[in-house]
Write a new protein. Sequence first.
Lengths: 401, 401
Amino acid sequence: MGRLECRFCEKDFAYDPFSPFCPDCREPLLVPSPEKPRAFHPDKALSLDRFREFLPLPEIDPALSLGEGSTPLLALDRLSAKLGLPALFAKNETMNPTLSFKDRGTAVAVQNARRMGFKRIGTVSTGNMAASTAAYGARAGLETIVLLKEGTPEENILMAGIHRPRLIVVEGDYGRLFRESLRLGRKHGILFMNSIDPFRIEGYKLTGFEIFLQTGGRIPDYLFLPLSSGGHLVGLLKSFIELKQLGFADRIPVVVGVQAEGCAPLARAFAAGAPRFSPFENPGTIAHAISNPHPPAGNLVLKMMKEQGGLITAVSDREMLEAQGLLASEGLFCQPDSATTLAALVNLTRSKVVPRDAAAVLVVTGSGLKNLKVLEGSPLPRLRVTLAGLEDALEGRTTDA
Amino acid sequence: MGRLECRFCEKDFAYDPFSPFCPDCREPLLVPSPEKPRAFHPDKALSLDRFREFLPLPEIDPALSLGEGSTPLLALDRLSAKLGLPALFAKNETMNPTLSFKDRGTAVAVQNARRMGFKRIGTVSTGNMAASTAAYGARAGLETIVLLKEGTPEENILMAGIHRPRLIVVEGDYGRLFRESLRLGRKHGILFMNSIDPFRIEGYKLTGFEIFLQTGGRIPDYLFLPLSSGGHLVGLLKSFIELKQLGFADRIPVVVGVQAEGCAPLARAFAAGAPRFSPFENPGTIAHAISNPHPPAGNLVLKMMKEQGGLITAVSDREMLEAQGLLASEGLFCQPDSATTLAALVNLTRSKVVPRDAAAVLVVTGSGLKNLKVLEGSPLPRLRVTLAGLEDALEGRTTDA
């Protein structure tokens, strides 16, 4: 691994595993896009092998993989008909080893960690990334440190904890913890693969490549995904930029990053036409997985979205819960955070920003099983009967719901 | 779909969607194995398409699929080294759409339901099958009825309920409910696709075919899977029997069905050399997903295992929790029910029934996220520090766990 580039300073720098930020402007650094033609290898079993020519890894060690990626792209025909959106698709990232898109990034970051000889890795997270990093760290036999915020729900701790990382609950500001983890990582030789690790972002690219192959080489008109730290969105944008640069495609989709209204620093900056965001004060939303008031790749997202013609928007908690139910009516059970994508599509077609007949892919990022609590507020109707009363219940002759 | 066969009576019968049982002996009926050479289509995206020549479906409707199957087969190298078992593999069925192997069976059963023109489907379940049937029923736009036992945990109801099936909680004996569902299904035109539906069992076959292709055509020496109603095990045995009959392989693996000691009617009958089991009185185990005191395919399992040289064993709750931790130490998070497989392998190699150097595949059937409660008893060690104390904690200089 040689050099990383800063898209703000238009310079490149030697790769420093302990700082994902530009030494000059403090914005995130990225792996430069490949310049020479590359080929896909769709016959390979591992997603990392299929796209290895697009990854900054000299080789792929299958022993570090948990079989991430190669997730289905589903045509949502019934929902299309119901909503009057004729070309609606879902890329189901919940079907990753730890049930979220994070695994794609962790898989590449762990390949990098092992190649560089690290014995210890770490992450700062409250949810999906903690479970993902703990699982891949265990798979690789690396000592894994998970730094948690005070007040992290016990279920989230269990999902990471089962893999026996070192769990450290840290009191204090989350943004400062992010920076402190990198400083201490350098001092003690721990590779902290946080949300915007450049290798993590390379892993997210593979989702875009898969969509491209799954649609038979057609680029969707719109691509919706939840927007939090910005790493996932940058990775997906990067995949389509590379497809275009390398001559595979003649355009890129309009990428739509969706935030929760209760924590929408980037949607606010985008609406104001500002090149930089301000931290979001007093965030409050049920969508914990995308509630980042100070997204580390926020300014990079604003810059790239402006260059590429993307959109950033926000939806309410009520809208995302409604959309979660709509996706479930087609058999998909996702976190409300992931359902922001459908909620935004519904809003933007209603306001005619997005044409109804546009081909739209929703990136469904995490399983609903990770956050059952949000469902507890709306109890499910059910009948209670004896065996003798079952026939009446089946025929709707019992109304005691 | 023409006829089904009874392996006890050695007769065949016209397919009756409302009864999976032989009219003569009341044992489960199976789809006859194909006799003419068949081919795989590994280039296809859908698992159902890859193996369509082995399925009793004239065509596959992709709109009914949720992208089930094509799950990873992982070499567990570090666990192999730790346990002294040099050829240990896991087939990770938790990476199905609703996080369990049930989806493979539901996918085929729903294709059948739609082809036969059913508007209503149903299932009798307390866990994985309820969520799976509700999701696929929603995907297919079918009215879906989920019959639940009184006392089913609220999380399990939420996982199925999100897809808005008709939930009916039925008081009374579970075995009687199973039979009553079929009787009422016939009367009211509802296809109840319960655990031993013959199309469901055909879906489970695909796991065996995938293992065969993933190992490059080598048949593993041993195949471990949890054993409850018997449908899954019959499906897997059937896949290897068909591979042998059709000349793809010259032997079948020793299939090991694993029960929980707290509900082990088939392990008990197997140990006694009995051709038929007796219902298990007063079952009690944390492994709810495999706690079936009166397995409907129980006698068929005993017969087929005897014919094919399989084994049935049981493990304790403590052993399966230990094995759950071992699998998590390699990055896999499964239900304790699924970890019975590793627990059994450890026991059987210790007692020299299974040679240590045998190639063994564990079928990991369901995600640990479905049953977080079992983990709540063993709190995870964690440090609590302030930002200023983080460095000491990282270096192990803080012991306040």
